[in-house]
Ligand binder design. Structure first.
Ligand code: MG
Length: 372
């Protein structure tokens, strides 16, 4: 229980105990300070059940103020705008270091004149960092003069959840394809509400609000992915519920995955351009998470004293005292678990097979050498 909640409960319980609650409420009072705080009352006994947040009274003076953020500035065709002050900048027009190929190797997409451009056959690009619930801003332009028809005309895509959930990028300006595959579609599931496309070659914006799907410890779906999308400032997807990963020809079912995953951009064989990409995380505050190349993860696999490191998919797993912990990367050499405060570091790692690790559970630090 946080300090503010405890204070609140103390206030209310003291007022109740003194029989002064009604009088205090009648006077609009919520700041009476108790001389002595009895054991806190359950919040449900004090606040109406329809309270939007059971931690706070209406107009509670102790409720924290929202953080101050400098807003984004609008882009023009000539110049990209500035991201809001609390955004993670993923691409500023020059630095592509936040992106890599899907296997973690350097991407072959090119960067020039303030944009990055898909190179046919080079594969998707993905972010190094993982993101769950977020607000994502992406600007894109399809080739001019346009080439091809239907799905072959300026095709790319913005994916959340690594490569699972695509918002279609396509030249849909006076160009027809199946509705659930046109620009702004949640591919194969939901056409955009309207076609608000600009001509090929012009910069267009997507502002995507993404809620990641949740899975329980039995790997069952708890809540599906949802997306809201604005294209060029116009709402085109209104909090739609995804049926599963977006896919061609089939209705693919959900497969469990960690909440935070990389964001990726599609190579569909067309030289689509991107600029001014930024993201704001909306989930609970926490450590940054990254998806590391499997080749690097494999260099950490081994037995280090009582700690056993293996790889499952694109994550490391630690067995400490025989208990299994799924590890998340906060840097190329540092990992943490989410169920218990387990931290593991491979000093001198990052592309060199380390001979030891440092591990801790809740406190201290222990060194363990790699077994022969
Ligand atoms: Mg696509």
């Amino acid at each position: 229980m946080n300090t503010t909640k405890l204070t609140l409960l103390c206030k209310a319980s003291t007022l109740l105990a003194s029989g002064a609650l009604l009088l205090a409420l009648a006077n609009g009072c919520s700041s009476t300070k108790p001389a002595q705080c009895p054991a806190p009352w359950p919040a449900a006994r004090l606040l109406p059940p329809n309270q939007p947040d059971p931690n706070w009274l209406d107009h509670d003076r102790d409720r924290p103020q929202p953080p101050v953020v400098t807003p984004a500035t609008a882009s023009t065709q000539a110049e990209p705008g500035k991201p809001p002050s609390d955004a993670v900048v993923l691409f500023d027009g020059k630095d592509i270091s936040q992106w890599c190929s899907m296997d973690g190797s350097p991407t072959k997409w090119i960067t020039r004149d303030g944009y990055m451009e898909c190179v046919r056959g080079s594969g998707y690009v993905r972010t190094l960092q993982n993101f769950g619930d977020c607000q994502l801003h992406v600007e894109w332009a399809t080739p001019v003069p346009p080439h091809g028809e239907g799905q072959g005309r300026g095709n790319s895509g913005v994916f959340l959840g690594l490569d699972r959930y695509e918002v279609q990028v396509l030249d849909s300006y006076h160009a027809k394809t199946y509705a659930d595959g046109s620009a702004g579609a949640i591919y194969g599931q939901y056409p955009p509400l309207v076609n608000v496309c600009r001509p090929p070659g012009e910069w267009q914006t997507y502002d995507i609000i993404y809620t990641a799907p949740r899975f329980d410890s039995d790997r069952k779906l708890v809540s599906p992915a949802r997306e809201t999308v604005f294209q060029n400032g116009v709402l085109i997807q209104n909090n739609v519920t995804l049926t599963g990963p977006t896919s061609w020809l089939e209705r693919a079912p959900y497969q469990p995955h960690p909440e935070k995953q990389p964001i990726s951009l599609q190579d569909h064989g067309n030289p689509v351009r991107f600029r001014n990409i930024w993201v704001r995380e909306l989930g609970k505050p926490g450590k940054k998470e990254f998806t590391l190349p499997n080749t690097l993860l494999d260099s950490y696999v081994g037995k280090y004293g009582s700690v056993d490191i293996t790889r499952e998919g694109d994550q490391l797993v630690a067995r400490v005292g025989g208990v299994r912990f799924l590890l998340f990367a906060e840097s190329p050499t540092k990992f943490f678990a989410k169920t218990t405060d387990v931290q593991i570091e491979f000093p001198g790692g990052d592309h060199a097979k380390p001979e030891r690790l440092i591990w801790s559970v809740g406190e201290g630090a222990n060194e363990a050498k790699r077994g022969k």
